[in-house]
Design a protein around this ligand. Structure first.
Ligand SMILES: Cc1cc2nc3c(=O)[nH]c(=O)nc-3n(C[C@H](O)[C@H](O)[C@H](O)COP(=O)(O)O)c2cc1C
Length: 230
């Protein structure tokens, strides 16, 4: 697979995660080694990966995810299946896929939580949060690309962060100094062929030289995003 194909086909994998094939720890190490090649502010790697493979701990984390998904998210107006999208059919397929991950997460043998070590960003100025999160997000995406190159599927999720403190307690993550950023299942995929998704064309999102008000704006915030912005 060349780089362009990998970038175009690294999907949010949910229904095609194969819980039946164990992921060797060595593959996770390789993905993390590659992830750490990503840029980091001040050249200091603050990204940490909590790799959860113990069945009892995975189940507890998955139970938190399910509780939020079913009791706070599924019936909210921020639910992926209720968010207006240009391709309604595809949005409904994605919603069914997200529902399927909620049902299957406890079966996935490896759950990885990417964390920012050393600072929490609750209430931080935009400059600080952009700089600090900017040190974790590229590494996390690199981890997912490296996983894809090894036949592994991942899915960026933030659902559990609504009860981040509970997951910190389950896994012994020091909540006051370590912020969880993303949770992803990691499993071999059923089949390795994935297709590019329908996305806006480049011209729809490029503002040449100056901000161009004639370009379509992003859709209004919904659900959790709206609540956190207010
Ligand atoms: C910040 C962020 C948070 C997300 N949270 C969740 C989540 O909690 N649960 C989930 O199933 N997918 C989650 N996703 C995955 C998106 O739904 C997915 O990236 C999107 O539907 C596009 O999927 P595709 O790349 O396969 O086309 C999240 C993605 C991002 C970037």
């Amino acid at each position: 697979m060349d780089a362009d194909e990998m970038l175009a086909t690294t999907r949010a994998v949910r229904k095609r995660l194969d819980p039946g094939r164990a992921v060797p720890a060595e593959l996770i190490r390789e993905c993390v080694d590659l992830a750490l090649q990503a840029p980091a502010g001040s050249n200091v790697a603050r990204t940490r990966f909590v790799v959860v493979r113990d069945p009892g701990l995975r189940e507890q984390v998955a139970a938190v995810y399910s509780d939020i998904y079913l009791n706070q998210y599924r019936d909210s107006d921020g639910y992926i299946g209720r968010v207006a999208a240009r391709d309604a059919d595809s949005q409904q397929r994605t919603a069914r896929s997200a529902d399927a991950l909620e049902r299957a997460l406890h079966e996935v043998g490896t759950i990885v939580i990417a964390c920012l070590d050393g600072v929490r960003l609750d209430g931080s100025p935009a400059f600080a949060s952009a700089s600090m999160l900017g040190g974790v997000l590229p590494a996390t995406w690199s981890f997912m690309l490296a996983a894809r190159a090894r036949g592994l599927g991942t899915c960026w999720t933030t659902m559990h962060l609504a009860r981040e403190r509970d997951v910190a307690g389950i896994l012994g993550i020091p909540f006051e100094t370590v912020q969880q950023v993303c949770l992803t299942p990691v499993a071999f995929t059923k089949g390795e062929k994935f297709a590019p998704a329908a996305r806006p064309g480049a011209e729809e999102v490029i503002h040449w030289d100056r901000w161009d008000d004639s370009k379509a704006g992003a859709p209004p915030l919904s659900g959790i995003a709206r609540a956190s912005a207010s």
